[in-house]
Design a protein around this ligand. Structure first.
Ligand code: ADP
Length: 355
């Protein structure tokens, strides 16, 4: 692993709760990791500890196998060769783009500085902009200059903290894809913080979901969505609900009894013995619920939100169980209407029954 964080704990003076607790994660060279989670869950604190801006209370941070942070030993931030792009990491307004980008490479000979500036500006799609000034650029262009400035000294690790949060939504998504391309082309290893799932999915090779200082899961987007390790991850990623279910052995296979009827023909399912009397909660995703007029189960539409190609319907079964369903937007039913639904699930995700 190129970056290896092991059992990391970070505490702020005067706080009873650690801001980051028992966090372990790794990035191999050239990989992009993204941390997501609600505000205050410890993402920025973790990033700042990796940068050397917060002391390590317990655990270790290694870069290229070398310990850069531990309770006993802390390498100063400027020696870690880390490039940073922060939301408020403003450019120097009185310096040209070229001088902004050259900021971290002043010890290089002039000709080499100029060549490196030209190279990174080209990488971020702003070739020839050396003599322009930050105020002449759009928000997206300024953020790309900040990225070029961070990349110029060839850092061994890039840290990006909500770099797009001051930009409007359309631009954010485009820039997220662009930045991924730029980081990949530069061969950079990067750790990125966002609270936006779509941004995380657009950028990350690996995504970490944090909650109250803990890292719940560190996996690719597909696994987070389809095999959430905890209830929190299941709830935080995508749209879905938990419904009470009972796992029942029927011959060679397991059937899942749910308020929506029995789920069978499953490719993956835990054994009934995993839970007391087989009783658990099952995760039902909005895309596991299919609208079907012929289905025997009826649900009432409680709420709906239009999402372009589909609606996200909030539904309620007769017994009160809430469900979410993605339904193609040409099926435009009214709130209060009852519609037929069935579950289309091939692997089930279950959790201990909540109390
Ligand atoms: P996130 O980036 O996920 O929003 P932070 O890392 O900023 O979360 O914060 C994690 C926790 O640490 C929060 O409870 C926050 O209030 C606390 N915290 C952050 N910075 C400081 C600080 N400088 N002093 C004391 N507590 C802090």
């Amino acid at each position: 692993m190129f970056l290896e964080v092991s059992q990391l704990e970070v505490r702020y003076a005067g706080q009873t709760q650690a801001a980051v607790q028992g966090v372990s994660l790794g990035l191999s060279a050239g990989q992009i990791g993204v941390l997501i989670g609600p505000s205050g869950c410890g993402k920025t604190t973790l990033l700042r500890a990796v940068a050397g801006l917060e002391p390590v209370a317990a655990g270790t941070i290694r870069l290229s196998k070398q310990i850069v942070g531990s309770p006993q030993r802390s390498m100063p931030p400027e020696e870690r060769r880390i490039g940073m792009v922060f939301q408020d990491y403003a450019l120097f307004p009185h310096l040209s783009v070229g001088r902004n980008v050259a900021f971290g490479i002043h010890d290089l000979p002039r000709a080499e500085q100029a060549a490196r500036v030209a190279e990174v500006l080209q990488l971020v799609g702003l070739e020839g902009s050396e003599h322009r000034y930050p105020h002449e650029l759009s928000g997206g262009q300024q953020q790309r200059v900040a990225l070029a400035r961070a990349l110029a000294p060839r850092p061994q690790l890039m840290l990006l903290d909500e770099p797009f949060s001051n930009l409007d939504v359309d631009l954010r998504e485009r820039l997220a894809h662009e930045v991924r391309g730029i980081l990949k082309q530069a061969g950079a290893t990067a750790l990125f913080v966002t609270h936006d799932q779509l941004e995380a999915f657009a950028i990350g090779d690996v995504i970490g979901v944090m909650h109250q200082g803990h890292l719940h899961q560190w996996d690719d987007a597909y696994t987070l969505y389809h095999r959430p390790a905890t209830r929190f991850v299941a709830d935080f990623i995508g749209h879905g609900v938990f419904a009470p279910a009972t796992l029942v052995q029927q011959g060679q296979s397991v059937v899942v009894r749910t308020p929506l009827g029995d789920l069978g023909n499953l490719t993956e399912c835990p054994l009934p013995t995993s839970y007391p009397a087989g009783e658990c909660d099952v995760l039902l995703r909005a895309d596991d619920i299919v609208h079907d007029d012929a289905a025997p189960v009826q649900a009432q539409i409680v709420r709906k939100s239009f999402r372009g190609s589909e609606f996200l319907y909030t539904l309620r079964l007769e017994n009160g169980q809430a469900l979410l369903a993605h339904v193609p937007s040409h099926h435009d039913h009214a709130i209060g209407e009852w519609i037929g639904i069935r579950a289309l699930v091939d692997h089930v995700v279950t959790f201990d029954r909540s109390v």
